[in-house]
Design a protein around this ligand. Structure first.
Ligand SMILES: Nc1nc2c(c(=O)[nH]1)N[C@H]1C(S)=C(S)[C@@H](COP(=O)(O)O)O[C@H]1N2
Ligand SMILES: [Mo]
Length: 258
């Protein structure tokens, strides 16, 4: 067959629907194999992404009261030393407000009392720190999904950034301030809560009082303590080191799934 005709047929075949392409004369075998391979690959891809998505909706294992660790270590900051935080602490966090802003229709300033009046979820889960220790604790808090629904996300919203009260590394430009971020899939996960209680008591200062994030399928460093502000953003690349979190800016993985 003359090479030009073959090329024309091949082109025509590629421009037509996959079924018709198989009728393209002597190229039939080669072409249908290629198409078959392509379809099989696409199928695998879809399956893989579907499985990933399903996995991302799965619940982290929950434990019973009998499993609670007798000692739950505190790690990183154990009491933010800023004057602002110390003042809030001295006043029993009555002056503290959680600011919710960024890509939302209704920015919020929530008091601890308001957060406690919201629907709550209690869960007993295992916390895994990359430093090589784990502990089982009980957490109670308001689902982050509820707070985001109150604030109403604007189009373009993709991540929630958690701004904390503590500076883990003292720097002149403030880049040592602890922060974290998660995407909306994790933000809307049923076990993602803004916790104000631990093991049945008010959240202790060492564990992030008055409010911390629990995002249960992620490693310890994603569990931001001392929350001051939630900012809904479309991207976090222009924030501090640009990698979405204090430890991420220092080389740790952003997603940090367990
Ligand atoms: N604001 C803030 N959040 C933080 C940290 C921190 O230093 N500051 N440390 C992180 C790390 S590495 C871990 S393992 C957990 C520890 O939580 P815990 O002190 O309740 O055990 O909090 C995470 N969240
Ligand atoms: Mo950690």
């Amino acid at each position: 067959m003359n090479p030009d005709r073959t090329r024309r047929r091949l082109l025509a075949g590629l421009l037509l629907a996959p079924g018709t392409a198989m009728l393209a004369g002597c190229d039939r075998i080669t072409q249908s194999e290629t198409l078959g391979g392509l379809l099989r690959n696409t199928e695998k891809l879809t399956q893989k992404s579907q499985r990933l998505l399903l996995d991302r909706q799965a619940l982290a294992r929950e434990y019973s009261l009998a499993d609670l660790s007798p000692v739950f270590r505190a790690n990183g900051t154990q009491s933010p030393d800023s004057d602002e935080y110390q003042h809030l602490l001295e006043h029993g966090f009555t002056d503290w407000r959680l600011r919710v802003d960024g890509l939302v229709e209704h920015p919020l300033d929530l008091s601890l009392a308001q957060l406690k009046q919201m629907p709550s979820r209690t869960q007993i889960t295992r916390h895994d720190c990359v430093e090589g220790w784990s502990a089982i604790g009980q957490w109670q808090g308001a689902p982050l999904a509820h707070v985001l629904d109150l604030a109403r996300l604007k189009p373009g919203a993709r991540y929630v950034v958690f701004h904390c009260a503590d500076e883990l590394e003292l720097t002149l430009d403030g880049s040592g301030r602890y922060y974290e971020s998660i995407d909306l899939l994790d933000a809307y996960h049923p076990q993602t809560i803004l916790a104000y209680a631990m093991n049945g008591k008010a959240l202790p200062v060492a564990h992030g009082a008055p409010l911390r994030l629990r995002v249960e399928r992620q490693l310890g460093y994603k569990q931001a303590k001392y929350l001051m502000r939630l900012e809904v953003v479309s991207a976090f690349d222009r924030l501090w080191g640009g990698r979405g979190g204090y430890w991420e800016d220092r080389g740790y993985e952003w997603y940090a799934g367990i």
